[in-house]
Design a protein around this ligand. Structure first.
Ligand code: CUA
Length: 330
């Protein structure tokens, strides 16, 4: 018995430990997530009190019944209509009304954040990556959303093809991304940092590899980032990168990817204008470094089966040149 209790306690500890890594659902970093977290804790507390009370009554009933059986006759005890009235109707109604008040209060708090945002970001869910636009600044990027700290940011969500769901546990609750419809949420991060976002709606075989990052930066750092993202891609400076650019166009990469300032205007895959400034490849599948990028170009179907990117088989020197070019797109 003691062994089972210890084992259960260890499992529970492991499960709770799972909530502290990234994305940490129990560690809110913005006002919206804080409101949601507060509501969750109140509901967990309330639910625990109700659970303990019901268990207490159950034990009491069992105890009384065992005593009654000892006395053998108990036919004329009260029918218990008072308990039914209070325990079955009045108290549950009061608790549910209280829960409704808490929930409505949280919804009002979430909509208050909504009124103050100056920055708008459009996010489109694709199978299986995130297309990101800063419409007022003319910036397009993918899988990595930069926001300034201490400000509410308006996020317009939609999708292409199938439904996805946008979820950054430390900043807000989840919201569906539906083709042909725009849903709006407002997020705010109070402290600089990287917050993991995930797709929270099953959207096909690579649903689990549909991740993104919210990078929250102090306003001046964010402004610098945004200014850099508005620029066209830099022209390759050295011979190898120039050769890489030729390889890019010869290999028809431009059919699916866009690079501002070049003839590449494809829209099927992520915009690569400032690809090298991003931390990850293929929506959080790999860290963005030269080795991983080489593997991704040569074998995207091995790394993320079913995604739209075909393998590009290149002679070694051409691949090296292409990597150098892509790494120059900062
Ligand atoms: Cu997109 Cu799941």
């Amino acid at each position: 018995m003691r062994f089972f209790l210890t084992a259960k306690a260890i499992i529970v500890l492991f499960l709770i430990g799972g909530c502290s890594g990234s994305p940490a659902t129990l560690k809110p970093e913005g006002p919206a997530a804080a409101s949601i977290s507060q509501l969750s804790w109140m509901l967990i507390g309330l639910g625990s009190i109700v659970y303990i009370a019901v268990c207490g009554f159950l034990l009491l009933a069992l105890f009384r019944r065992s005593q009654k059986e000892d006395k053998a006759d108990a036919g004329d005890r009260a029918t218990g209509s008072g308990i039914v009235l209070w325990g079955g109707i009045i108290i549950p109604t009061a608790i549910l009304l209280f829960v409704m008040v808490l929930t409505v209060r949280t919804l009002i708090q979430l909509s208050e954040t909504a009124q103050q945002s100056e920055l708008t970001i459009d996010v489109i869910g694709n199978q299986w990556w995130w297309e990101i636009h800063y419409p007022d600044q003319g910036v397009t990027t993918a899988n990595e959303i930069h926001i300034p700290t201490g400000q509410a940011v308006r996020i317009n969500l939609t999708a292409q093809g199938v439904i996805h769901s946008f979820w950054v546990p430390q900043l807000h609750g989840k919201l569906d991304m539906v083709p042909g419809q725009t849903n709006t949420m407002h997020i705010q991060a109070d402290t600089p940092g990287e917050y993991r976002g995930i797709c929270a709606e099953f959207c096909g075989i690579q649903h689990a590899r549909m991740l993104f990052l919210i990078v929250a930066e102090p306003p001046d750092v964010f402004a610098t980032w945004l200014e850099a993202q508005r620029l066209s891609a830099v022209e390759p400076q050295d011979e190898l990168a120039r050769r890489g650019k030729e390889v890019f166009f010869d290999s028809t990469c431009d059919q699916c990817h866009a690079i501002a300032g070049t003839e590449a205007t494809g829209r099927l895959g992520p915009d690569l204008t400032h690809f090298a400034s991003r931390r990850e490849i293929a929506a959080g599948t790999l860290i963005n470094n030269r080795g991983n990028l080489a593997g991704w170009i040569a074998g995207p179907q091995e790394l993320k089966p079913g995604n739209l990117m075909p393998a590009t088989v290149l002679p070694g020197p051409d691949l090296q040149a292409l990597l150098t070019y892509l790494e120059s797109l900062r």
